[in-house]
Design a protein around this ligand. Structure first.
Ligand SMILES: Cc1ncc(COP(=O)(O)O)c(C=O)c1O
Length: 392
């Protein structure tokens, strides 16, 4: 890999696998399941891990290695492993590091499938989870038991865009010898690098802003080399690997991450300010609005406020649904971090199966709408939101 600078944008563009004999400028796609060996000794030594060598694309592939190396440089992580989806990254990380009887302490506001993993699947292997609310970080210490192994959080949270103080979590994890894992999906390594604040591992759904164009699924875990080694051994044998094609797309996408995310954030601030001044809106949550409850923490740990704005429409669940029916330009879709602006009403869709109490605990009120602000002209985005609000 060529290594020319420590600046984020240059690392994203100039971290590249070695050129082939064709001297291509743009890196090629290695669409191959396996690799060949010089002779029997080369093959033996490669399987014995005496050489760093591609053997089989379930273990490593040049395209996935390039993607992993880029994210490691961006997150300032020692090593990483890339997965088929963000959920594969989350599940494999827990499965590789935990044993029966272990315990997790997690923020309550986690992505829906992560919550299902904690409450439905990990208990099958006698792994339990205790939750703290976003505004109850002082309670974390009382939840830690002798069998607690992992402290887990997302920041900003999905979908209520709450912020957790990563430095504070880092201190607790260090004091109690816990592995701190941060889902950094909403921020991307461009806006926030949790390892600097004490995280041991950082997870991404690359499906979101890392792809940025709603094309492919992907996930990645990066962090301390000894932990990644465990995750690698688990994954090499169980098969959640990212495909070379998706790795190639995602590595290309990283080349434009900084410029894309800059514009996403510029648009998102304008959308948040517009919503904050609209008479049909009760509340707007955006990390870089002064009215955000954790504004100071967001400013401390994030470069910009991110792409997602959450807001509450006056009029409850019906108003939320009517608003979705009234938008014309914005898409109704479950994804986020796309070039296209996406709106979703969590209470009637992604979080409809939660009890009212559980929903409120994660900050999802009946009229909460999540907007993933895209890269269309911001005036067009605002005009669409405006006409939708005015028609309900
Ligand atoms: C914060 C967060 N983590 C993890 C995931 C899961 O990622 P994937 O859909 O790539 O499995 C998502 C998906 O929306 C997410 O928003």
């Amino acid at each position: 890999m060529s290594d020319q600078s420590n600046n984020f944008e240059t690392k994203a563009i100039r971290t590249q696998i070695e050129r082939s004999q064709y001297l291509e400028h743009s890196n090629p796609l290695f669409l191959t399941s396996s690799f060949v060996f010089e002779d029997a000794e080369d093959m033996r030594a490669s399987f014995a891990e005496e050489k760093e060598r591609n053997i089989y694309s379930r273990f490593t592939n040049p395209n996935t290695s390039e993607f992993v190396e880029k994210i490691c440089k961006m997150e300032e992580a020692e090593d990483g492993y890339a997965f088929a989806t963000g959920m594969a990254a989350i599940f494999s990380t827990f499965a590789a590091l935990l044993n029966s009887g272990d315990h997790i302490v997690s923020v309550r506001s986690v992505f829906g499938s992560t919550h299902t993993l904690f409450t439905k699947f990990l208990p099958k292997w006698n792994i339990s989870t205790s939750y703290f609310k976003v505004n109850e970080v002082d309670k974390i210490k009382s939840l830690i038991n002798p069998n607690t192994k992992i402290l887990y959080a997302e920041s900003p949270t999905n979908p209520a865009v709450d912020i957790l103080d990563l430095e504070h979590l880092g201190r607790i994890a260090k004091k109690h010898n816990l592995i701190l894992i941060i889902d950094n999906c909403f921020a991307t390594p461009y806006l926030q690098q949790p390892i600097k604040f004490g995280a041991d591992l950082v997870i991404h759904s690359a499906t979101k802003l890392i792809d940025g164009q709603g094309r492919v699924l992907g996930g990645i875990t990066v962090g301390k080399a000894d932990l990644i080694r465990e995750i690698y051994l688990f994954s090499r044998n169980t098969g959640p690997a990212l495909s070379p094609f998706n790795a190639w797309i995602l590595s290309k996408s990283l080349e434009t991450l900084a410029v894309r995310v800059d514009r996403h954030c510029e648009n998102a601030v304008k959308v948040a300010e517009f919503l904050e001044n609209h008479k049909k809106v009760n509340l707007v949550k955006y990390p870089f609005l002064k009215s955000h409850p954790q504004y100071k923490i967001a400013k401390k740990q994030m470069k910009l406020g991110g792409t997602v704005v959450a807001f509450e429409i006056k009029g409850g669940i019906t108003a939320g649904r009517n608003f979705l029916n009234a938008v014309k330009l914005c898409s109704l879709s479950a994804n986020l971090g796309d070039t296209r602006t996406i709106v979703i009403h969590p209470a009637s869709t992604t979080h409809s199966k939660l009890s009212d109490e559980d929903r409120l605990e994660t900050g999802i009120t009946d009229s909460l709408v999540r907007v993933s602000v895209g890269l269309e002209n911001v005036n067009d985005i605002i005009n669409d939101l405006k006409q939708a609000l005015e028609s309900i």
